[in-house]
Ligand binder design. Structure first.
Ligand code: URA
Length: 260
């Protein structure tokens, strides 16, 4: 069996993608979101694999183009493995559909953030490119995401995202964390980022963008805002599904404009 027959972590191979293989993937951290996208936005859906929680679905967009709805898992190490295997499977455009915590007052829970560049504080990315390597989204994909948000009248912001490795310490959470003791270098980090015009925290796009640069695929990111860190550490449950739904709709409208 050659390497392209089967990819160990995602659990499928090139042959499973059929005679009209997708070049576009939408990538969710949560396997339930990958499933929801397949069920609600694609037709003729086929589940490719359900391996290690990294569920993948193949289906067609309304315009007939094939798209993969895949799961990255949480955080950059898992995402880096999935993205590596998706690229080996022939994927050339990846749109991350995530969730995020806003660190600016004007970026409200329920809105979406389209990231054009990331402050990348992620160990997995350091194995792929030097620290100084830009974590920049594909400009064409980013403009397409913005245009989709406008067309759908979604409340959106475009800007810089802090991509970090942990949800609790790395995003300066101490009240809702098992560990109330933040290391000195993390204390005041959110305020510092706010002053640097960073919009939000999430845990994957910095590494995705660096991989896009190094591997040569288009990478973009749209996240639903589910926490408003200017007022609290917790998730704003009543805005969560609207935020995720908006991020999904923006990504799917964009996905239809790329690929074959
Ligand atoms: N995802 C994150 O990484 N942080 C948040 O606050 C919400 C979602």
């Amino acid at each position: 069996m050659s390497n392209s027959d089967y990819f160990y972590h995602v659990g499928f191979g090139r042959a499973d993608l059929g005679s009209n293989p997708p070049v576009v993937a939408v990538l969710s951290g949560d396997p339930n979101r990958a499933h929801l996208i397949a069920q609600t936005h694609l037709r003729g859906v086929r589940m490719l694999a359900e391996n290690r929680g990294l569920n993948s679905y193949l289906g067609l967009l309304p315009n007939g183009r094939p798209v993969l709805s895949a799961t990255s898992g949480m955080g950059a190490p898992s995402l880096s493995i999935v993205v590596n295997e998706l690229v080996q499977a022939g994927i050339r455009v990846i749109i991350r559909i995530g969730t995020t915590g806003s660190i600016q007052d004007y970026v409200k829970a329920g809105s979406v953030v389209i990231t054009h560049a990331a402050l990348c504080r992620q160990g997995a990315a350091d194995d792929i490119a030097p620290l100084e390597y830009p974590a920049a989204a594909d400009p064409f994909l980013t403009v397409a995401l913005v245009n989709a948000a406008r067309e759908l009248s979604v409340d959106y912001h475009v800007g810089i995202t802090a991509s970090v490795d942990s949800f609790y310490e790395g995003q300066e959470r101490s009240e809702t964390s098992a560990n109330p003791h933040l290391m000195r270098r993390l204390q005041g980090m959110t305020e510092e980022y706010r002053r640097l015009n960073v919009l939000n925290y999430e845990m994957e796009c910095g590494t995705l963008f660096k991989m896009g640069g190094v591997y040569g695929f288009r990478a973009g990111c749209v996240c639903g805002v589910i926490a408003q860190r200017t007022s609290a550490e917790s998730i704003v449950q009543e805005r969560k599904s609207a935020a995720i739904d908006s991020a999904i709709r923006v990504a799917m409208l964009t996905a239809g404009q790329f690929g074959i």
